[in-house]
Design a binder for this molecule. Structure first.
Ligand SMILES: Cc1ncc(COP(=O)(O)O)c(C=O)c1O
Ligand SMILES: N[C@@H](CCOP(=O)(O)O)C(=O)O
Length: 346
């Protein structure tokens, strides 16, 4: 399992900084360290018209249009602090867009490994725009990440700093989604619904809520509900089978390219989040993802990419099956902006 940061002496006090960095006392960064920031975080929590107690946490409002920026600001800050000159990621698109932008801000070289032909146009444009060097891999995301891990994580000779979610600083930044949800609602919701791909974010958010409990801000915690696309649902299958080993999907497919992942590195962390929180996993069809995307766009005015519509598709299934109630406060985490993937049709 990828490493985890454990922080002693956490204090839930916010500073006058904005976004992620206002929670510096909850982050594993020394006071004197200067953040590499683009103003990430402070994203809106939007109430939906369709259900009274349903909210969308719109992560598309981050500087590069996805939640990855919250993790990248931390991880690139650390990269710079330790004197790295280059950073590397494998990506289905958003991680590369975010890494490229933060590397540019920090003055670092950025190398991105992308599965050839599988990255949404807006995301590829962003990586190139910010000056990343793109390596196209003849394979899927899992194979691209394997190559990055073999070259730059297991073999540290190259001195290139990896920024995928095997890097625990990433999750530390992403956990601030929980802090914001808590502060925006004024309480801890019953359910938080998250799309699951490489599987780090659901754990990061859970870690954030757990820490709020640890520091005594609240004694409550939400159920964490993970949603995967049917054709790319290894964590769902593993959860359903109560298996101790990952049940991988060798040839994942889904219209939601951001979560087209068959061997997620953080699968065990995702299961930990779901199990510890008494939550559950769901899988949803591409048709229902696109239907949810259309509802968000046309009835609520919220433009998201397909992966980010999976939580609404999952919410509908959960309601239908009586797994959650309409009277429960539920937050859907909409992870990426519609402009990322302008070729989506529904
Ligand atoms: C838009 C979007 N949503 C969801 C995810 C899934 O997040 P995670 O990999 O942390 O499970 C990703 C990337 O993985 C993404 O880019
Ligand atoms: N959807 C992700 C996949 C990689 O996830 P990471 O959390 O390990 O960076 C992407 O945008 O590339």
């Amino acid at each position: 399992m990828p490493l985890e940061v454990v922080i002693k002496g956490l204090r839930f006090e916010t500073s006058s900084a904005r976004g992620v960095w206002k929670y510096k006392l909850m982050l594993p960064v020394k006071k004197e360290v200067e953040p590499v920031s683009l103003g990430e975080g402070d994203t809106p929590l939007i109430p939906l018209k369709s259900h009274k107690r349903l909210f969308v946490k719109f992560e598309g409002a981050n500087p590069t249009g996805s939640f990855k920026d919250r993790g990248m600001t931390l991880a690139v800050t650390i990269a710079k602090y330790i004197g790295a000159k280059s950073v590397v990621v494998a990506s289905t698109g958003n991680t590369s867009a975010s890494a490229a932008a933060y590397a540019a801000k920090a003055g670092l070289e950025c190398l991105v490994y992308l599965p050839r032909g599988s990255v949404a146009r807006g995301k590829l444009f962003q990586a190139l725009l910010h000056g990343a060097k793109v390596v196209e891999v003849d394979g899927n995301f899992d194979e691209a990440l394997e190559e990055v891990i073999a070259r730059y994580v297991d073999n540290t000779q190259g001195h290139v700093y990896p920024l995928n979610s095997v890097n625990p600083w990433r999750l530390e930044g992403q956990k601030t989604i929980a802090f914001e949800i808590y502060q925006q609602l004024g309480f801890v919701p019953e359910n938080v619904v998250v799309p699951v791909g490489n599987a780090g974010n659901i754990y990061a958010i859970w870690k954030g809520f757990r820490e709020l409990r640890e520091v005594g801000v609240t004694d409550r915690a939400p159920r964490m509900i993970g949603v995967q696309a049917e054709g790319a649902s290894p964590v769902f299958k593993t959860w359903l089978a109560k298996a101790d080993e990952l049940l991988p999907v060798e040839r994942p497919y889904t219209v939601a390219t951001a979560i087209k992942i068959g061997r997620p590195v953080n699968w065990l962390k995702a299961l930990t989040a779901v199990r510890e929180s008494n939550g559950f996993m769901l899988s949803v069809s591409d048709a229902t993802i696109l239907e949810a995307l259309k509802t968000l766009a046309r009835s609520e005015g919220i433009g998201v990419e397909p992966a980010s519509a999976a939580p609404l598709a999952g919410y509908r299934v959960a309601l239908e099956q009586g797994l959650i109630g309409q009277d429960e406060t539920t937050v859907l985490v909409a992870t990426g902006h519609a402009l990322k993937d302008p070729e989506v049709r529904f």
